[in-house]
Design a protein around this ligand. Structure first.
Ligand SMILES: Nc1nc2c(ncn2[C@@H]2O[C@H](COP(=O)(O)OP(=O)(O)OP(=O)(O)O)[C@@H](O)[C@H]2O)c(=O)[nH]1
Length: 219
């Protein structure tokens, strides 16, 4: 990930027109819950047991196919540490989806979910979609957050819910692709999208609120 003192990453080139839609997604949650690991598992199918805490923010790009459409995902991995909060919340704007991650073996990370949900409400577009992810479900012996607790909180917050493991590659692809599908579903449902960030990458401005898409997502 980026190291201290390095310039913050620039978004990928939106002029690359080889896709039908572009979605900006964010990974958020406490430090060490496994956000970077989920992203690396999804984008590169790798896992590193050592912990190198993210400095500020970084991103990866991945293209997926959903119902014959090429959807380019710009996935931002935020630092969980409190001291980077001002930098990271600046990236919430224009995000269409969030993976809010906690660690099933870390009670504090679960208690913080409510605060992260408030941050989303405060800094993001109203219709941003959120999936709550209980990561490290491979650590069954160390688990302190029962699956039902996670599901209950997700329901209360109006989010979908998955447990996953970046280490054992459980539900990782499913989590990201479900988020893409939920965004598509919501776009199709919404007839009045006047305040939505543009998903149509052709002309979309990804780092700020954008004009309404000219067509709905058919994926
Ligand atoms: N057992 C297990 N360990 C994991 C899993 N995912 C991540 N880890 C480990 O947890 C530690 C933290 O993972 P990161 O992905 O760096 O955590 P992060 O949320 O990005 O942390 P920050 O960058 O500080 O916000 C690392 O040692 C990972 O190897 C998992 O699914 N299972």
């Amino acid at each position: 990930m980026a190291s201290a003192g390095e310039p913050r990453p620039a978004p990928p080139d939106a002029a690359d027109q080889s896709f039908d839609y572009m979605f900006k997604l964010l990974l958020i949650g406490n430090s060490s819950v496994g956000k970077t690991s989920l992203l690396f598992r999804y984008a590169e199918d790798t896992f590193t047991p050592s912990f190198v805490s993210t400095v500020g923010i970084d991103f990866k790009v991945k293209t997926v196919y959903r119902r014959a459409k090429r959807v380019k995902l710009q996935i931002w991995d935020t630092a969980g540490q409190e001291r980077y909060r001002t930098i990271t919340t600046a990236y919430y704007r224009g995000a269409m989806g969030f993976l809010l991650v906690y660690d099933v073996a870390n009670a504090e990370s679960f208690s913080a979910v409510q605060d992260w949900a408030t941050q989303i409400k405060t800094y993001s577009w109203d219709n941003a979609q959120v999936i709550l992810v209980g990561n490290k479900c491979d650590l069954e012996d160390d688990r302190v957050v029962p699956t039902e607790e996670g599901r209950r909180l997700a329901h209360e917050l109006g989010f979908e819910f998955f447990e996953a493991s970046a280490k054992d590659n459980i539900n990782v692809k499913q989590v990201f692709e479900r988020l893409v599908d939920v965004i598509c579903e919501k776009m199709n449902e919404s007839l009045d999208v006047s305040d939505a960030p543009a998903a149509d990458g052709k002309g979309a401005r990804l780092s700020e609120a954008s004009p309404a898409p000219t067509r709905s997502c058919a994926c």
